[in-house]
Design a protein around this ligand. Structure first.
Ligand code: NAP
Ligand code: ZN
Length: 326
């Protein structure tokens, strides 16, 4: 039911995030089956409650990783709903009344207006949908950790959904961007299609050695357990590495390079609603969208198998309306 503060969306598209795959496989140990994943949701408004002032029927909107929070804590008051201790995720989560939430691999969703985003007119609903998770997850730490100074050198570890958007956003901030990848076959696309300045193969010791101490910032989007030492070595003195990837096991922290180079490691989890809207507007202004492979829902199992093998260019998006319509 659409409550007084709620907006109902007809879902048109939903991106396929690696977090969906982690959840389906119970990688993190807190999957509450049955799960309907999907937190890169775009569509149009079909219904609004009587208190809804932000949206009208027919508006182009999106829903990302969260659909609720307490609205009163320090985090919520600072537009950091994403760090609210009572955050309600879009799927694999429960509401205070005990009902369960299901995500965007479906044709409709009802969400409190506070957690609904407006799509700028020139942002397409299909290639724009992944920005709602992948986009904000890389944009927010770049802003918070001061990784936006034009001319500085950003390394992006892992060229998947998050990584390829990080390349584009980094370039929009005027950074020099180097991709650090385990997939040598992605090199020419990274440079010619995505706009990266250079490309390092993480398991090529010669190339990695030549780049030691050259980077100001690194965003680590790798979804699996991997060594941090090679990445920390790429940083200059005072360099910052922000990890946003969520492998299922802890990473080993090499303290020597941290201490000897006054380096910093941080983390970051999506972004608050205000910043997510800011990011969508920023991407619309700079013509940034995800590079997508549009699939029908029938193809989701194959897509998940490919995602597990880092074989996606660079985000699967489900064409929900054309898959689930009669
Ligand atoms: P993705 O599209 O699968 O991209 C991850 C990339 O990591 C792959 O394309 C691959 O890039 C690299 N990689 C994968 N396995 C690897 C391995 N064993 N060794 C080295 N590199 C490997 O995933 P995504 O959707 O971008 O998500 C990335 C991670 O971020 C996931 O863990 C996800 O759960 C997490 N996440 C976090 C947040 C947050 O708020 N912090 C939000 C969304 C997602 P190369 O082929 O270039 O090596
Ligand atoms: Zn996600």
């Amino acid at each position: 039911e659409n409550g007084d503060d709620d907006v109902t969306l007809k879902i048109l598209y939903c991106g396929v995030c690696h977090s969906d795959l982690h959840t389906l496989r119970n990688d993190w140990g807190f999957s509450f089956y049955p799960v309907v994943p999907g937190h890169e949701i775009s569509g149009v408004v079909t219904k609004v409650g009587k208190n809804v002032t932000k949206f009208n029927i027919g508006d182009r909107v999106g829903v990302g990783v969260l659909v609720g929070s307490c609205k009163t804590c320090e985090c919520c008051e600072q537009d950091l709903e994403n760090y609210c201790p009572r955050i309600i995720f879009t799927y694999n989560s429960y509401n205070p009344d005990g009902t369960k939430n299901y995500g965007g691999y479906s044709d409709t969703i009802v969400v409190d207006q506070r957690y609904v985003l407006r799509f700028p007119d020139n942002l397409p609903l299909d290639a724009g949908a992944p920005l709602l998770c992948a986009g904000i997850t890389v944009y927010s730490p770049m802003k918070y950790y001061g990784m936006t100074e034009a001319g500085k050198h950003l390394g992006v570890a892992g060229l998947g959904g998050l990584g390829h958007v990080a390349v584009k956003i980094g370039k929009a901030f005027g950074l020099k961007v180097t991709v650090i990848s385990s997939s040598p076959q992605k090199e020419s696309e990274a440079i010619n299609r995505l706009g990266a300045d250079s490309f390092l193969v993480s398991n090529d010791p010669e190339k990695m050695k030549s780049a030691i101490g050259t980077m100001d910032y690194i965003i680590d989007t790798v979804s699996a357990v991997h060594p941090l030492l090679p990445l920390l070595s790429l940083l200059k003195v005072n360099g910052k590495l922000v990890t946003v990837g969520l492998p299922n096991k802890p990473l080993e922290l090499p303290v020597f390079p941290l201490v000897m180079g006054r380096k910093l490691i941080g983390g970051s989890d999506v972004g608050g609603m205000k910043e997510t809207q800011e990011m969508l507007d920023f991407c619309a202004k700079h013509n940034i969208t995800a590079d997508i492979e549009l699939i029908r829902i029938e193809e989701i199992n194959t897509a998940m198998e490919r995602l597990a093998k880092s074989d996606v260019r660079y985000r699967f998006v489900i064409d929900v309306a054309n898959s689930l319509s009669q």
